[in-house]
Design a protein. Structure first.
Length: 192
């Protein structure tokens, strides 16, 4: 997919506060520190997602308008030990409501660190997405942390742990995987 325009649309505290134009959305989710902001910046080609986060700060849903035809949505990360109790308690209902109620949501990109095939929080998230029958695209991050020759074995470990057949490997550091992810997002959007 050719990206002709990228615009930051808004930050919403609740799913109801997102754009109201009815355009489709693809949301990105992952454990805190998985490399979500870095990957979104790689995809957008600009530093629009913030890599520096303030612990305890209200978590927001960020909407990026792509080609004025759909949104890439940055959901707050889960499992961040340093956030305050209030923020942690608010995360579940906020993201749950967004995923189950937002009619324009077409699918979710679940980010998994390539080195971690045994993360309980990621399993839980995956089960929950499956439970709600959310179309999910699986993307492994920080591919550069594993040597090229061993990456397939790491990817296979994640695939078998999750029982999925397709996992894209990316590296924001080495700028790898951008074209593949956009192609998959395009296929996602054409599906329905
Ligand atoms: P987020 O919390 O999921 O948004 O993660 P960030 O994008 O803020 O990244 C968390 C940390 O991982 C930062 O120190 C990044 O520099 C690092 N990081 C992110 N992506 C990559 C990557 O592809 N390769 C490597 N080696 N480090 C990365």
């Amino acid at each position: 997919m050719k990206i002709t325009s990228v615009e930051y649309n808004k930050a919403a505290p609740r799913w109801e506060d997102g754009p109201g134009d009815g355009l489709p959305e693809i949301a990105v989710i992952g454990r805190s520190n998985v490399g979500k902001s870095s990957l979104i910046n790689l995809l957008l080609g600009r530093k629009l997602a913030y890599v520096a986060k303030t612990p305890g700060k209200t978590q927001l849903i960020h909407f990026f308008s792509i080609n004025q035809s759909f949104y890439l949505v940055d959901l707050p990360g889960y499992g961040f030990a340093k956030v305050g109790k209030e923020t942690r308690n608010a995360w579940g209902p906020m993201v749950d409501a967004y995923i189950t109620k937002r009619k324009t949501l077409r699918g979710v990109i679940l980010l998994i660190d390539l080195r971690r095939s045994d993360s309980p929080l990621d399993f839980q998230m995956n089960e929950w997405l499956n439970h709600h029958e959310i179309t999910t695209l699986y993307v492994a991050t920080k591919g550069d942390k594993i040597s090229k020759g061993k990456r397939k074995a790491y990817a296979d470990a994640i695939k078998s742990a999750y029982g999925m057949s397709d996992l894209s490997i990316t590296s924001s550091l080495k700028k790898e995987g951008k074209t593949e992810i956009w192609e998959k997002i395009e296929a996602f959007l054409l599906k329905k």
